[in-house]
Design a protein. Structure first.
Length: 353
């Protein structure tokens, strides 16, 4: 049956990656109908007040969504993430031979960050300190009262239910990877020593869940130590489970090992919906130059094809991207080349035959 994919190019430089990447997908002549939305600016101009609704309706009319990135002009991310409840953000970190890594031996780096996508500091509750006054809170370490004014606070929320759900997701992923010959190791990192209530809960629940998966090897680290380990021994990692904020930060760090944000794909899953987007933002500093690296979008699209049951096609797309890197002739400036985004995608199309 024909699948329907909603394509949302997003804002700033993101459409310069999404549109040529879509050209590659179309050239694959798959049984997919693409529902294409305009860029954020165009959408605002064309649809005005209705723009957010247009996005929602397009998303709901499709099986899945390929999303560029937004700086606010495309009002779709809140719907895709919060309203659709896409609680698991998968961010593969896999070295493609020929990509520009700062490491002497990046070959063989192949792990996946599973970022909890719903809570932690991203519940968006911040405010003036005087709001906390009635609670009479004290600093756990100094035992002094929290100042009543002269600053702001941010709330971090970790729930047992969401942690259990994301830990189950990560364990199932580790099992699947083990079946493919990978280590089947789950690594959890958070600041459980300083934050025994919140991150402590995350670690406790994750380790409890992992006990039900005896085939999965479990380990955990304090997150600052883990930030070092990502750089020092990335080859040891397989599936890495992180609360939302650490996941956001450390996945940017991890991407640097294998070529940077230009090559970092991601997928966000709920139990019955998924959407796909590069890890990077809208790269406003290079807008209009047509040099944004579409690899992250193409690899996100490959994850999308796999989600749609097009496994062979997903592998073919990944192989075509890898072939362009292996050759090293048509790469974008972030990878040390001089090619434009369109030229890079044309090279991928050629490899696809
Ligand atoms: P966000 O907060 O939305 O994640 P950001 O402000 O952190 O976004 P990005 O838009 O991801 O930042 O860009 C960070 C830097 O990486 C910028 O210099 C940008 O040009 C560069 N960059 C991001 N994505 C790509 C890409 N696909 N190709 C080349 N350079 C990129």
């Amino acid at each position: 049956m024909t699948k329907r994919v909603c394509v949302i190019p997003g804002d700033d430089a993101a459409p310069e990656a999404v549109l040529p990447a879509l050209g590659v997908l179309k050239a694959m002549e798959l049984d997919i109908e693409y529902v294409e939305l305009p860029s954020g600016e165009e959408g605002q101009a064309r649809h005005g007040e209705r723009w957010a609704q247009v996005c929602r309706e397009a998303i709901d009319s499709c099986d899945t969504t390929l999303f560029g990135s937004t700086s606010g002009k495309t009002p779709a991310l809140g719907y895709l993430r919060w309203q659709k409840g896409t609680y698991a953000n998968l961010r593969p970190v896999k070295y493609i031979a020929g990509a520009k890594s700062p490491l002497a031996h990046p070959e063989g780096i192949d792990f996946v960050i599973v970022r909890e996508n719903m809570e932690d500091m991203y519940v968006g509750v911040e405010g003036e300190l005087d709001v906390l006054k009635p609670l009479g809170l004290v600093n756990r370490l100094t035992r002094r009262p929290i100042p009543e004014e002269g600053g702001r606070f941010a709330l971090k929320v970790i729930t047992e239910e969401n942690t259990r759900r994301i830990a189950e997701f990560a364990c199932r992923l580790a099992l699947r990877r083990k079946a493919e010959g990978k280590p089947g190791r789950l690594t959890v990192a958070c600041k459980y020593n300083m934050l025994p209530q919140s991150d402590g809960l995350f670690r406790r629940v994750a380790s409890e869940v992992a006990k039900a998966y005896p085939e999965v090897e479990y380990e955990d680290y304090i997150v600052d130590d883990f930030a070092r380990r990502i750089v020092a021994s990335p080859h040891d990692l397989d599936v890495v489970l992180l609360p939302n904020l650490y996941g956001d930060i450390l996945s940017d760090e991890a991407s640097a090992l294998v070529g940077g944000l230009g090559v970092a794909p991601s997928a966000c899953y709920s139990d019955d919906f998924a959407y796909f987007e590069p890890v990077h933002g809208t790269a406003p500093d290079i807008v209009g130059k047509r040099i944004i690296n579409p690899t992250a979008t193409l690899l996100s699209a490959a994850m999308m094809l796999e989600h749609l049951g097009l496994r062979e096609e997903a592998s073919a797309l990944e192989r075509a991207v890898a072939a362009v890197y292996a050759e090293g002739r048509v790469l974008t400036p972030d990878q040390g080349g001089t090619a434009t985004s369109d030229e890079f995608c044309a090279a991928v199309r050629q490899k696809l035959g």
